[in-house]
Design a protein around this ligand. Structure first.
Ligand code: ADP
Ligand code: MG
Length: 700
């Protein structure tokens, strides 16, 4: 057995208790320690002249105690002034012992390490690490930067440093234990250090590396590891893709003599639509048809801006499955959206001999039982619902197609788990995934490398761009006037309250207050409130009333973000837009501009606005193109924001940081593809190293 795969308790000085604590950090075997990188570094390699210190610096100094005193004022504290030939600084201790007090007599030489800050009487260090210098050698500085590791309760830096050091020593002694799977030629081409060197540099940087480069992630050692980790993720998704492609899938092509029954049905479907499909919709439909004709499961992502008409494209795919005698499952992230799909699909499939059914977590008792039975015996051809669709109790008769809407709300793992759901007799359903969150190309290739991608890059004709303005909250009164005029014209309005996104309770409270105030200000306007803490039946009732124009103004939290379609609502006010990501704002804004008339979005910010925030809102004002917005947002704020903080599907990395390491993504794709021909033996070990247990999904 490879020594590096032994439990951490095999190292000297690590007992059961420490091993337990390390395990909380995900550090189980010795190798884990090697990839447990420092959070930051401390510089004890040189002594700073006290006169050169500035607030905010963390520095090692050395000097002589001038005086020491206990200040009884306020909180009792021990103050000790030390100086060198360049200046003085105060040390401050709030907790101290008599022996400490005695030890720091005037004239004593000490060295200290801490962050420097402004104090009551000049610069100070609070509770510094310090050492009384008896022998001048005591002051010897360290030769390397000191790593500071992420910790957990009960674990000290010293313990973890010692453990890491032992792990590194093992690697040095037995270099063959830690295989470098990245070919020499690639290392040379991209100026990456070897694996062993990269790891050594990061745990124990020598003088050739600056603390700044380590801190901002530009050191080649870190880039190399980030590259390797991203590569492993890419490879694992590619493997998934290859494996899925090897499965059999239901063929949706039913050839009758002469004409195919598919054709009759699809012609009928297209003819009965109240609009003509756009060129982009037709192109994507053709791509889907080609997939469904193949013997292997389709795994296609349809990306299209809000309002580009993805739903009807997915309905077309559903039709192909139905006419071939298969069931279709449509999964939406919210009940509101599932409900809307249910309505649309019911209309589109009215003339077809099938039942469109609906299943969410809210459905209980006999009603639920009836749906489950209809799915199991095949009377339900289309089932629409939330993730409740994929619980264990749900069994399909003959599932041929899974449609997942607004997939960014679901995780990669959920997506992969679904694939297994409908698997029967060696046959796997086709899968169509839709998202309106445009993801910059480089990120898409990482996150969706198990999927083929189609893009609907054209909006239905007649849509006018949404006129967006950025205005300060002081102009609220004007905005309220505008609503008044708008409602008089028989049009509807959304008012979106965003608050701290993490707190739904606060968000709802804010929305409630806003609704009250607007009701006061606009007595003749029919106002209602919708938020995430309402029961879904209540939400649906409100939404339905808004759709039927029994309401004029809907005050909402970001629950209305996805998919809701009310063409008569052409004005949206978004409060505190500076709190949201641009892509999310773009999604929200996409609720208006669904009809043929002019539509408006007012971004009502709370002044003062930071430069970045001003810039970001400007991007939204100037562009209606989700892809452009996503690219800009990536530039301005990094991918975490682009993909939304609430996104469950976000990938988690040990080392890589998509914002910082965006530059390696292109390399990852190129090198990743070459691995399948040039280094296939490296693929599994790399996935094991970086994805560990979660690699299991690549086995499906
Ligand atoms: P999204 O891509 O955001 O999911 P939807 O599928 O909800 O968009 O479509 C938005 C609206 O556009 C719906 O009312 C839909 O019926 C309509 N629509 C879809 N395709 C077309 C088209 N080709 N021409 C006109 N309207 C269309
Ligand atoms: Mg949609």
């Amino acid at each position: 057995m490879n020594t590096l795969n032994q439990p951490v308790s095999a190292l000297a000085g690590i007992g059961a208790q420490t091993a337990n604590r390390l395990q909380k950090l995900g550090l189980c075997v010795i190798q884990d320690l090697i990839f447990h990188l420092p959070l930051r570094y401390e510089d004890r390699t040189r002594i700073y002249p006290i006169g050169s210190l500035r607030p905010g610096m963390t520095a090692l100094i050395s000097g002589t105690v001038e005086f020491i005193d206990v200040l009884p004022r306020g909180r009792k504290s021990l103050i000790c002034r030390i100086s060198d030939s360049t200046g003085f600084i105060n040390l401050k201790f709030f907790h101290f012992s008599a022996s400490q007090h005695n030890m720091l007599k005037p004239g004593t030489a000490i060295s200290c390490f801490a962050e420097v800050r402004y104090g009551y009487a000049g610069l100070e260090m609070v509770h510094p690490e310090y050492k009384v210098i008896v022998d001048p050698n005591d002051c010897i500085t360290e030769t390397r930067l000191t790593p500071v590791y992420p910790l957990t309760e009960g674990l000290s830096q010293n313990v973890i440093r010692k453990a890491v050091k032992q792990a590194l020593d093992l690697c040095k002694q037995f270099p063959e234990l830690l295989t470098d799977w990245i070919p020499e030629s690639i290392l040379t081409q991209y100026h990456y250090p070897s694996l062993a060197e990269a790891i050594r540099t990061l745990h124990a940087p020598d003088e050739s590396v600056s603390i700044e480069a380590l801190q901002n992630g530009s050191v080649p050692a870190l880039k190399r590891l980030a590259f390797e980790e991203l590569l492993a993720h890419y490879l694992s998704l590619r493997i998934t893709r290859n494996k899925t492609k090897a499965w059999q899938a239901p063929s949706f092509l039913v050839e009758a003599t002469g004409t195919s029954s598919n054709n009759i049905a699809t012609d009928h479907f297209i003819r009965s639509l109240p609009f003509k499909l756009t060129g982009a919709q037709q192109r994507v439909i053709a791509e889907i048809e080609a997939d469904c004709r193949s013997q292997h499961p389709m795994m296609r992502l349809v990306q299209g801006d809000v309002g580009s008409g993805k739903t009807v494209v997915s309905a077309y795919a559903a039709l192909l499955a139905l006419t071939a005698g298969y069931q279709v499952a449509v999964m939406a992230p919210t009940e509101l959206l599932a409900e809307q799909h249910k309505r649309n699909f019911s209309i589109w499939f009215e003339g077809f001999q099938t039942q469109v059914m609906y299943l969410t977590g809210q459905l209980k008792g006999n009603a639920r039982k009836a749906v489950l039975e209809a799915l199991e015996d095949g009377t339900a051809g289309i089932i629409i619902g939330t993730h409740a669709l994929f619980q264990d109790s749900v069994n399909f008769h003959r599932l041929g197609l899974i449609i997942i809407d607004e997939q960014h709300r679901f995780g990669v793992h959920q997506r992969l788990a679904l694939r297994e759901k409908g698997q029967q007799d060696g046959i796997r359903p086709h899968q169509l995934v839709m998202t309106a969150t445009p993801i910059p190309r480089t990120l898409a290739m990482l996150q969706y490398s198990d999927l083929d991608i189609s893009i609907i890059d054209e909006l239905p004709p007649g849509r006018k761009p949404i006129v967006t303005s950025v205005i300060p909250a002081e102009r609220r009164a004007e905005v309220i006037d505008r609503i008044h005029g708008w409602v008089e014209k028989k049009k509807q309005v959304y008012w979106v309250c965003t608050l701290i996104e993490e707190s739904e309770v606060l968000q709802c409270e804010a929305a409630e207050k806003t609704a009250e105030r607007l009701t006061e200000a606009l007595p003749n306007v029919r106002i209602a409130l919708i938020h995430g803490r309402m029961k879904s039946a209540e939400k649906d009732a409100v939404m339905q009333a808004f759709k039927n124009h029994q309401l004029d103004l809907l005050v909402a939290t970001t629950v209305i973000e996805v998919g809701v379609d009310v063409p008569n609502a052409g004005l949206m006010i978004i409060e505190n837009p500076e709190r949201l990501g641009l892509s999310q704002l773009h999604q929200l804004r996409g609720r208006v501009g669904r009809g043929n008339d002019d539509s408006y979005c007012l971004l009502m910010y709370q002044a003062p606005l930071s430069d970045t925030a001003r810039h970001r809102l400007g991007v939204l004002r100037d562009s209606n193109d989700g892809f452009v917005i996503a690219e800009k947002d990536l530039e301005l704020r990094g991918p975490g924001e682009v993909m939304g903080t609430r996104q469950t599907g976000q990938m988690h990395f040990k080392i890589a940081d998509l914002a910082r390491d965006a530059d390696v993504l292109d390399i990852v794709q190129q090198v990743g593809d070459s691995f399948f021909t040039h280094s296939p033996q490296a693929i599994q070990p790399l996935c094991d190293r970086w994805l560990g247990a979660s690699t299991e999904y690549s086995e499906v």
